[in-house]
Design a protein around this ligand. Sequence first.
Ligand SMILES: C[S@@+](CC[C@H](N)C(=O)[O-])C[C@H]1O[C@@H](n2cnc3c(N)ncnc32)[C@H](O)[C@@H]1O
Length: 351
Amino acid sequence: MANPILIDNQTGEIIAIGDDPWEKCREETERLKQSTVNLIEQMIATGQAYLDRKAEWEAEYGEVGPGRPRKKLLPDGSRKEEPSFWQEFEANVGVSQRWAWGLMLVAEHADQARQLIQKSTSECSAGYSSIESIVKLIRDLTRSALPPPPETPVLLDDNLVIGDFCEVGDGIPDNSVDLIFTDPPYAQVDLYAALAELAVRVLKPGGLCLAYSGQVYLPEILLEMSGNLDYIWIASIHHTGGEMRFRNLHIHCGWKPILMFAKPPLIPWWEWFTDIISGGKDKRFHEWQQPEAEAAHYIAALCPPGGMVLDPMCGSGTTLVAAKKLGLRYFGIDLDAANIARTEQRLEEIP
Ligand SMILES: C[S@@+](CC[C@H](N)C(=O)[O-])C[C@H]1O[C@@H](n2cnc3c(N)ncnc32)[C@H](O)[C@@H]1O
């Protein structure tokens, strides 16, 4: 269609043979479509190379899980790092674990990826013709790669258990939880480490773990948690019910961190949300109770519809109350029987 022929409607004579002003646009579009197809093929090949290397590693050292290397506790109390596929991978290939997961997903779903690209390019949609859209494709694939929700209710459903989450948590099936939202005692750094260890096993891939924290132990807590999970962000609670004074530092504290981690792959599948909220003050059920509006804000944004929310240190059950009101499934654990009783009562009051 390089030189369109213009014909006189009345006489049928050729009036002009002119240049097509759209030709360049068409040519470049074709080139873009072809390079998108080529890019997907290259992504599949790269992801497959990563998968092959992972399989070789697994044959030698055992299964490769997500996250950073776990530190094995030795009898003398010291910790030894296990050989880590991801550490070796990042050092030798020069790209991050997150990037690698994305490409491995594309390779594992190669036919689906090709079909999507084929469809979008043949429909001439702008859909997958940019890098941003390739990221969307990986996000779609991640979603479809998540295990489907169980058809019959599992032990987790709308359940409360009295006990230490480090023990009770062992009974939670792998990859069964969509979101952990919890409020541990801030000074107990070991509990954050145990939380991250639980999270990396029970969360579905891409699922998030949000934990309240104070500012004082933040460096240690971040270090412990990022040993198992991928750090995302520090969201916040703006204190409106009075500031707390840290005398030794001369600080009036007006906010509280909510640490956000993901079980890899970290691909932002959620919609946009704001990382600050003021929930006011509510201590009717527990001296450490957090306001329901804060939990509701983050849970609504970060748990998929019908998902399972876990709070392993649920106190008076604020997380679970918010989850139930949002129509989500929930599971709560607390050491203290009186707290579980309060939680039960609050949940029963919700129609
Ligand atoms: C800060 S409170 C949570 C308050 C809660 N956000 C609320 O709104 O009511 C922390 C809770 O963690 C519980 N806890 C501490 N260590 C625990 C453990 N190892 N297993 C389970 N619960 C634990 C405590 O009993 C306490 O109720």
